[in-house]
Design a protein around this ligand. Sequence first.
Ligand code: PMP
Length: 412
Amino acid sequence: MATLSQFDVLTLRRDFPILQQEVHGKPLAFLDSAASSQKPRRVIETLEDYYRRYNANVHRGVYRLSEEATFAYERARGKIARLINAPSQREVVFVRNTTEAINLVAYAWGGANIRAGDRILLTMMEHHSNIVPWQLLAQRTGAELVYLPFDGQGRLALDDLDRLLDERVKMVAFTHQSNVFGTINPVTTIVERARAVGARVLLDAAQSVPHMPVDVQALGVDFLAFSGHKMCGPTGIGVLWGRRELLNAMPPFLGGGSMIDLVELDHSTFAAAPARFEAGTPAIGEAIALGEAADYLREVGLATIHHHEQELTAYALTRLAEVPGLTVYGPPAGLDRGGAVSFTLAGVHPHDVAAILDQEGVAVRAGHHCTQPLHRVLGVPATTRASFYLYNLPEEIDRLVSGLHKARQIFA
Ligand code: PMP
């Protein structure tokens, strides 16, 4: 497998204008890509090119600019289909983000398929965006939510699947990679178990599509949700992939222009997917720029990116172990460990840790990372999280570690 040398990363970093700056007089070490990644110049230029040269609405005009915009928008859909190995680009629905993708499925698929007494199986490590939409569905329908716990190392307790997974479970929705622990969950094992009881599977791929090869056909899931802004693309654009037969059997989520077949005064009929789920004017430039981001990631190579992040993570876990009073959550370095590293430092509030690191030019995130149930299990209200991407260097981890020593000195 190709690996990224120090030289390769330094070269890649030149693609990201934002990384060339100083913060508080120190070079920016951006260690918060799990929240939102930085954007390479060619993605920014693609967005600008749309607005400068061929800005027009899609699927409407017969004039040149509109045709060009429509062509670029649909070509971006094809690039996303290639990125995740979708059988057809008609299975790729553009939405705003992971959150909207999951809400779409919970509302449209859930409304048509979930009844009182049915169960939806989630895990204790889910992001709020893969909990709250299902709670709303459960409240509307009388369905019940059940949660698969995690063990002391932040891995799903698969032994509990036997207890939790039976014919009452109609949907299993879980994260591919935890945004707190970095755990990469065993998707095919869970899919197999879900299939055995006839349940559908939604995979929250917000933290996996940007960081590793993801093949929806190999994984065998029914729905996949991810966000553009975490994968070098713009904000305001995300993706729901779903099996075509499921999408076309689902009622719409939002009604309006572009998603219809015929509109009568008292009822309407609806277009097939993806149009059925893209009511109104979409985020055209953002979708086109997301297609460019997908090309960029494919060119660097998702396996290469993944390998680079695993090396950085292994290095970070070794270096963090040197800091007295530091507790890291999640599995040890290994194949099932991605590049999100959350920790607490005894005697120092996670927000203070992040504020001191900021003074050193090191950007990390502190808080509950939209995973309050997970943090409740850990027994801490918040953690500090460093997360890595293709443009990060081991020196940035060294700076993280020296910043943590400094935080200890200040608060000791
Ligand atoms: N799921 C996971 C695992 C995430 O990390 C995030 C973003 N932190 C989301 C869902 C939600 O993504 P968005 O805010 O882009 O909808």
